[in-house]
Design a protein around this ligand. Structure first.
Ligand code: FMN
Length: 288
């Protein structure tokens, strides 16, 4: 990567923080001169850790001029108890009341999602926010069209029997697909459940970690949605349809350049949960 990165020797106090934190091993301590130096700057992934860690402002990075570096009072961070309460209260809530999600709340959810880490700090995750009711309907229609194709195959006695024998997990989806189809035919939206917004998270098709990056972004966004009092759920049915769609019809339909990996249905809650429930007992081993 073509970056401008150097250490101002007059300001450096040789604390070694940049050496320890840099993921690319660019910094080392010059013991004689008692300051940090750089090498192989082209391997920089532009994460900005060096700039954020330097206590004296000695690290100069062309991508992070002072206007892009911000002081933080760590005492203003939420407490561990507050973070855990947010994790406990973040639920998938499909009980929407039809109100639109205010634009400023959508923007904060996107910003939180955008803050998630990405493999090699590529930052190629992009977002499309759909609030147009006609476009939301098209998303549900698209998903149900894909599922009806699967249903037709599974209902066929010969194909159904074959799938049952070879791919029992796919055949086991038949009752659920029948249920979704029944609801859809009855005029109920079984995919977006009346959400007033859909946040689609996508990356370029050649990003090897696209799905991982998108799902990490999702989780940041869902925690922010909960904290804003906006309800959300993961649109797994839609993502299943998108994965079946090898020709990229979905992205084309919405003018998205890339592959959609995750989707968040959003809406204002018909009611808020005032309790959290216990999940299954945590399964965690500690290898000491
Ligand atoms: C990968 C994935 C796919 C999901 N797909 C759907 C979906 O298509 N529709 C839906 O209503 N909920 C979907 N969910 C939400 C789960 O059903 C939800 O996480 C589960 O009910 C647990 O509830 P919680 O999120 O409130 O803890 C999905 C969740 C995940 C992680």
């Amino acid at each position: 990567m073509n970056v401008e990165l150097y250490v101002d020797r007059t300001a450096c106090i040789a604390c070694g923080r940049c050496v320890k934190i840099c993921p690319a091993g660019i910094f080392s301590l010059d013991v004689e001169r008692r300051n940090a130096t750089t090498a192989n700057v082209s391997s920089c992934i532009v994460c900005g850790h060096c700039v954020a860690a330097c206590p004296t402002g000695a690290v100069h990075h062309g991508d992070f001029p002072p206007s892009r570096v911000h002081d933080v009072d760590r005492s203003e961070l939420p407490s561990p108890e507050e973070v855990l309460t947010l994790c406990r209260m973040r639920r998938s809530n499909r009980a929407f009341d039809g109100r639109p999600v205010p634009e400023d709340k959508l923007a904060v959810i996107v910003e939180a999602a955008h803050r998630a880490p990405t493999a090699s700090n590529k930052q190629q995750v992009a977002f499309t926010v759909v609030t147009d009711p006609a476009a939301l309907r098209r998303v549900t229609d698209y998903t149900m069209k894909s599922f009806r194709g699967v249903l037709t195959l599974l209902r066929n006695p010969v194909v159904g029997a074959l799938v049952k024998a070879v791919k029992p997990d796919i055949y086991a989806m038949l009752p659920m697909l029948e249920r979704l189809d029944g609801k859809y035919k009855a005029g109920v939206d079984p995919i977006l459940r009346g959400a007033s917004a859909l946040l689609l998270i996508h990356t370029p098709a050649d990003n090897r970690f696209g799905r991982d990056d998108a799902n990490l972004a999702y989780q940041n966004g869902s925690l922010m949605a909960e904290s804003l009092g906006v309800s959300q759920f993961y649109t797994g049915f839609l993502c299943t349809a998108i994965r079946r769609d090898r020709r990229g019809e979905f992205s084309r339909m919405l003018g998205i350049d890339g592959v959609v990996h995750a989707g968040m249905a959003l809406g204002m809650p018909a009611f808020r949960l005032s309790k959290y429930i216990d999940k299954k007992d945590v399964c965690a081993e500690y290898i000491r």
